[in-house]
Write a protein that binds this ligand. Structure first.
Ligand SMILES: NC(=O)C1=CN([C@@H]2O[C@H](COP(=O)(O)OP(=O)(O)OC[C@H]3O[C@@H](n4cnc5c(N)ncnc54)[C@H](O)[C@@H]3O)[C@@H](O)[C@H]2O)C=CC1
Ligand SMILES: CC(=O)C(C)=O
Length: 260
């Protein structure tokens, strides 16, 4: 707790799922947390949970696909919470996309949010860290699907491979500024996103939700689907001082789905 007190973390997609779990965990670990989301209702509810537990948080509206919106959200965070030390580019979307179904609109939406959101988040973080006169930590949402192509998720898998590449490059470019850049790669996490992915896959095949989930879950070595807290624990490591000598890595937190 003490090691992070006075530090500020900015988390996109913090209103639900993995982003919510990250925000709650970092607040418990002593960070003041900016809850950045396009859904202000869910973000406000997370703020309520943090404040009830004695933590500090603010809500910031953001559309991560919009560069200006990301820069404005980061600036608001610095004003409201008095600094910035960690930026977590977590927001993402995962539509089921059999290869022949991908339209220009689907392609652009997935890449604008999953890749653009990471790029603009990195740029906004660098600007703020420079203005504040110190380095910092940038942490991006990748996926096991960013290490191996997942069936019927071509647009999504492609976007997450891109996140891994950007993470490596940004780590090299930003090291001279004292900034580390890493990513976390969840497996199958029980969140609204994954529930929809499984349901859509099942609907396309005329099967049940459990069948849809099983298509993704059957290769998990630890034989259980992940909870968002499993991912938050890895992000807490990447956000804290114990990861100071780690950069450019995309760390799998998938219960043993992909071995690299
Ligand atoms: N759930 C899973 O099994 C896995 C998730 N991931 C990644 O983890 C991240 C979080 O996923 P989940 O929590 O499962 O998703 P989720 O769909 O449950 O929550 C996503 C949050 O991001 C927000 N959001 C979406 N688009 C946004 C935008 N343009 N601007 C601002 N906020 C936006 C939503 O309002 C929501 O609060 C994503 O990047 C996802 O790709 C990676 C691997 C597995
Ligand atoms: C949605 C996702 O990231 C999967 C299936 O790994």
């Amino acid at each position: 707790m003490d090691r992070n007190s006075g530090k500020v973390a900015f988390v996109t997609g913090a209103g639900q799922g993995i982003g919510e779990a990250i925000a709650l965990r970092l607040a418990k670990d002593g960070f003041a947390v900016a809850l950045a989301d396009m859904n202000l209702t869910t973000a406000e509810s997370v703020r309520g949970k943090i404040e009830t537990a004695g933590g500090k948080a603010c809500v910031v509206e953001v559309d991560v696909a919009d560069r200006d919106s990301v820069f404005a959200a980061v600036e608001t965070t610095v004003k409201e919470l008095g600094g910035l030390d960690v930026v977590i580019n977590n927001a993402g979307v995962a539509p089921i996309t059999p290869i022949e179904s991908i339209t220009p609109d689907i392609y652009r939406r997935v890449f604008d949010i999953n890749v653009g959101g990471v790029l603009w988040g990195i740029q906004a973080a660098v600007k703020a860290f420079k203005e504040l006169g110190h380095g910092g930590k940038i942490i991006n949402a990748c996926s096991q699907a960013g290490h191996i192509g997942n069936p019927e998720l071509a647009a999504y898998s492609g976007s997450k491979f891109a996140v891994r590449g950007i993470t490596q490059t940004a780590a090299r470019d930003l090291a001279p500024l004292g900034i580390t850049v890493n990513a976390y790669c969840p497996g199958i996490v029980n969140t609204p996103m994954m529930q929809k992915v499984a349901q859509d896959l099942a609907d396309n095949a005329g099967e049940s939700f459990d069948w849809g989930m099983e298509q993704f879950a059957r290769n998990i070595t630890l034989k259980r689907v992940s909870e968002a807290d499993d991912v938050a624990a890895c992000v807490a490591f990447l956000a804290g001082p114990d990861s100071d000598y780690v950069t450019g890595q995309s760390i799998l937190v998938d219960g043993g789905m992909v071995f690299t």
